[in-house]
Design a protein around this ligand. Structure first.
Ligand code: FPP
Ligand code: MG
Length: 344
């Protein structure tokens, strides 16, 4: 199957709403074989892994993520130069690193569903999910070892941000003291860092000047933040079959996301519900009550508005690109818009 057709099939099978599908179809069309080459490299990484890690990595790949991070890497490179070779290996690292982090994350969060199918840790074991994540991370380092030192340094600083974000999040589980500043520090670490990396290495590979690299990195970082804000809204405001993971998973895991933090400032009953959540055996029932309170408080539309403002900042960062790059800027803007209205 051709990459574009494959992508559309994966999208349709996974219930991705048309705007993200449309933008990703345009991206796949623009990069023609580039996307296929990334899939082939991901396939190779899975096939080469020792059994049964090969099956786990193939399972992750077949479950069909949105491939936003590799797309961002390629778009960023093309936004700099129409001639530079597509950074296929770097884009593959962006997706592999994402998969590695999810394999670990589902163990940390005890997540049961991922991308519409049981999480790898449920199909196999926690131990195998961790080891498969380790293997994918090792593969990233192996690929990066062929690049100049600056790329490896960037990967290391991204890993530091990712891990530190998760550490802060774990420390604040079930904490009613969590503030907006804590929340944004967590998001910046666990999500925005990899979006930043993806856009920045794409620009670097195409030979961009420092100022352009920085601007594209900023685009990625803001895009990642807006993406996570929407993710946290969808936990309260989606259908499990669209989302591909369990609804109310964040609050059931005691994660103080922005919708909860804002609702707690507005609804006096929230404090009691959050206390109840940490003490009850019936987490589902309390999580439902918290969900109703969050929805009634108006916090979800406020978080959506914040995400839109941050996404706008992302698009503004593209202002450094020269006028002849306008078609790429348009596509990146469409991608930012589509991520705001996504349902999964
Ligand atoms: C999903 O967030 C998790 C992340 C975005 C990052 C997880 C990072 C780590 C576990 C540390 C780095 C590890 C490696 C191997 C690189 P979420 O739990 O809010 O979203 P979810 O609802 O999709 O699970
Ligand atoms: Mg999780």
């Amino acid at each position: 199957m051709k990459p574009l057709a494959a992508l559309q099939t994966v999208a349709a099978d996974n219930g991705i709403e048309s705007s993200v599908t449309d933008v990703m179809a345009q991206v796949a069309q623009l990069f023609a074989s580039g996307f296929g080459d990334i899939e082939a490299m991901l396939d190779r990484a899975a096939v080469d892994a020792p059994t049964p890690v090969d099956d786990v990595l193939a399972y992750m790949q077949d479950a069909g993520g949105k491939r936003i991070r590799p797309a961002l890497c390629l778009l960023s490179a093309r936004a700099v130069s129409s001639e530079a070779p597509l950074p296929v290996a770097l884009a593959t690292v962006c997706e592999l690193l994402h998969s590695a982090s999810l394999l670990h994350d589902d163990v940390i969060d005890e997540g049961d569903m991922r991308r519409g199918v049981p999480a790898a840790r449920k199909v196999w074991t926690n131990a195998l999910s961790i080891l498969s994540g380790d293997y994918a991370l090792m593969k990233c380092l192996e690929i990066m070892a062929d690049f100049p030192k600056a790329y490896l340094q960037l990967l290391v600083s991204t890993l530091r941000e990712l891990v530190e974000g998760e550490i802060v999040q774990l420390g604040l589980r079930n904490s009613m003291q969590a503030t907006e500043a804590d929340y944004f520090a967590i998001v910046n670490g666990k999500t925005s860092s990899l979006f930043h990396f993806s856009a920045l290495v794409g620009a670097m590979s195409a030979g961009a000047h420092a100022e352009t690299c920085q601007a594209l990195g900023t685009f990625g970082r803001h895009l990642g933040t807006a993406f996570q804000l929407i993710d946290d809204v969808l936990d309260f405001d989606s259908q499990p079959q669209n989302l591909g993971k369990d609804l109310l998973a964040d609050i059931s895991q005691g994660k103080m996301t922005l919708p909860v933090i804002l609702a707690a400032e507005r609804a006096p009953e929230m404090q009691a519900l959050l206390t109840q959540l940490t003490m009850t055996a019936d987490v589902v029932d309390v999580a439902q009550q918290i969900s109703q309170t969050v929805r009634r408080s108006g916090a979800l539309s406020d978080v959506r508005a914040r995400a839109a403002a941050i996404s706008q900042q992302a698009v503004e960062a593209l202002g450094v690109l020269p006028a002849e790059r306008a078609p790429l800027v348009r596509l990146m803007t469409q991608m930012a818009d589509a991520l705001l209205t996504r349902r999964r």
